[in-house]
Write a protein that binds this ligand. Structure first.
Ligand code: SF4
Ligand code: SF4
Length: 537
């Protein structure tokens, strides 16, 4: 195996035996083979001149499945690959696609051993030139994140053919000999499609569940047994809340599901207790002390410990061998959480980790409702600077940088955040500025879209020509491929001088880093004091 798609890549170079994330070598190789299968379908669909919704849905599901901490299940991966091969050959037959095709469009296998053998030959390192590999993988990781966001929208009944078209165009492009300029153009176009996709998901979420509102979220525990739900899938959240109503079981969010607390449609449920714990990487401790069942709707799952493995349920694209999987809803149907609820009733209530409340719900609609207050605060000088500290959290020790950075920021600054990076500072008492909290949490990582809408509104209000003239600096943390997508979206919107940490991605070759530095001023981070001096200058 060779994998360098996330921030935990071994020695910031790449995992070669097993993943730091817990992914085994065979699993990593099969994920590469699934990517190869998607490339094959994309090549064939391009030749056929059509991307129908069956292809679009398959590509979305498959790319999402290969994101860090989604699927650890080899047999499931092989099943998805087999479905892909059948789909590829169906398109070929239907549209008479033939002739000289790339190997990804013609290979086949039957047994598990054959799939594993093929998988070894089609990984990331099959592209020998370091810079070509870097640009191809940067594009693929951006497309993976787009696929994840598109998948959440599809679940709510929202889709856009233009997104499917670009996923196919982008994946097919990685099989072609393109110039550096052509590859860079594909990457930047992915940023544009990322914005479209995040906007679509924002529409799907807000039209279905209302606009997030300022909300105080309880971080303590109650006396009833509970179910903990994590990930990003709001439809699962809705159905779980409905099915647990009146059962005596409370529902708590974990990790990236925290922002579900901000939606009006969910706040009405009395048994929606609040949020338990922190970001994804602390789940091995926090799932143990929760005492009740846990539902993982999307990433980030880490290999469950035996002490709580029998209480974990996966669903959607998430899978782990030996962990119970809740099957997908049929068209117009619902997911059945009855087994989870039955288990919860036999469990003890959660062990208390902390008490108190945290505040969130500052997505674009809510912040724009406060626009006058915010603009006045900037004009009066009460607010000097906004710092976008969105993105990811992770287990690397150096991420305490972000807590220290937040603590040391001057009191006339406001942090804009989205994604699980917030857990590094959302429980600090950073106070407020004239009633505006100093940490404004817009929601999940896809809600970085809200931060963009807010920035564009401020640009309009202050009558600026360039988004970079706003008093906003970007100190963004990344972990997995959805964060790459958000980064590409920011670049597409013209945002410059983004600081990316805690380390620059291993998949960026020195020459590609050079392109990003020259064109966008992207930089890393160093230490809090130097970075504060540099960023707030
Ligand atoms: S996803 Fe990250 S940690 Fe896992 S194998 Fe790949 S680079 Fe390593
Ligand atoms: S914020 Fe980052 S680590 Fe957390 S779920 Fe989103 S992309 Fe993954």
């Amino acid at each position: 195996m060779f994998c360098y798609q996330c921030q935990e890549a071994l020695k910031n170079q790449g995992c070669r035996v097993n993943g730091m994330c817990g992914k085994k070598g065979d699993t990593a190789n099969l994920q590469d083979l699934l990517i190869y299968t998607v490339k094959g379908i994309s090549v064939v669909a391009q030749k056929a001149g059509t991307v129908d919704s069956e292809v679009g849905h398959y590509v979305v599901k498959s790319l999402f499945t290969t994101i860090t901490n989604v699927s650890f299940d080899d047999d499931r991966l092989i099943d998805i690959i087999k479905q892909g091969l059948a789909l590829r050959d169906k398109i070929k037959g239907k549209y008479n696609v033939s002739g000289d095709l790339h190997d990804c469009a013609v290979w086949n296998a039957g047994t598990k051993a054959e799939f594993l053998k093929k998988a070894e030959a089609v990984g990331v390192l099959a592209t020998e030139n370091e810079d070509v590999r870097s640009l191809r993988e940067l594009l693929i990781y951006g497309l993976k994140g787009i696929a994840a966001y598109a998948d959440h929208a599809i679940v709510l009944g929202f889709e856009d053919k233009a997104i499917f078209d670009y996923l196919v165009e982008g994946m097919a492009s990685t099989t072609k000999e393109l110039s550096v300029d052509e590859m860079v153009a594909k990457v930047l176009k992915a940023g544009e499609v990322a914005v479209t996709t995040m906007a679509l998901l924002d529409k799907a979420n807000t039209e279905t569940y209302g606009n997030p509102e300022i909300t105080e979220v309880n971080i303590g525990v109650g006396k009833n047994p509970g179910i903990l739900i994590s990930g990003h899938d709001l439809k699962d959240m809705e159905e779980l809340l409905k099915q647990t109503q009146g059962t005596g079981v409370d529902v708590y969010t974990h990790g990236e599901m925290l922002p579900a607390n901000y939606y009006p449609a969910f706040k009405k449920y009395d048994h929606f207790f609040g949020n338990y714990g922190n970001a994804w990487w602390l789940q091995d401790k926090e799932f143990a002390t929760f005492n009740g069942p846990v539902v993982m709707t999307t990433n980030c799952l880490i290999p469950p410990k035996d002490s709580y493995k029998d209480r974990v349920f996966t669903t959607g694209n998430v899978a782990f061998p030996g962990v119970k999987h809740i099957v997908d809803r049929k068209a117009d149907g619902i997911k059945d959480f009855s087994e989870v609820i039955a288990l919860a009733k036999k469990c003890q209530s959660p062990t208390e980790l902390e008490t108190g409340k945290i505040v969130g719900g500052f997505a674009h609609n809510q912040v724009l409702a406060l626009a006058d207050k915010v603009v006045d605060a900037v004009k009066s000088g009460a607010v000097k600077q906004f710092i976008v500290m969105a993105g990811c959290d992770g287990r690397q020790k150096g991420r305490s940088y972000y807590t220290e950075f937040a603590e040391k920021l001057p009191k006339d600054t406001i942090i804009l955040t989205a994604g699980c990076a917030k857990y590094r500072y959302n429980k600090l008492d950073l106070g407020d500025i004239g009633g505006i909290p100093r940490v404004l949490d817009a929601g999940q990582c896809n809600d970085c879209y809200s931060l963009v809408v807010i920035a564009l509104k401020l640009k309009e209000v202050f009558e600026l020509d360039d988004i970079n003239d706003l008093p906003i600096v970007y100190n963004v943390a990344w972990y997995e491929q959805k964060a790459v997508t958000v980064l590409l979206a920011l670049l597409h919107l013209g945002v410059k001088n983004i600081h990316l940490g805690p380390t620059l991605p291993a998949f960026l070759s020195p020459a590609v880093v050079d392109v990003l530095v020259k064109n966008f001023g992207i930089g890393g981070i160093t230490n809090v004091d130097d970075d504060l001096a540099k960023m707030l200058n």
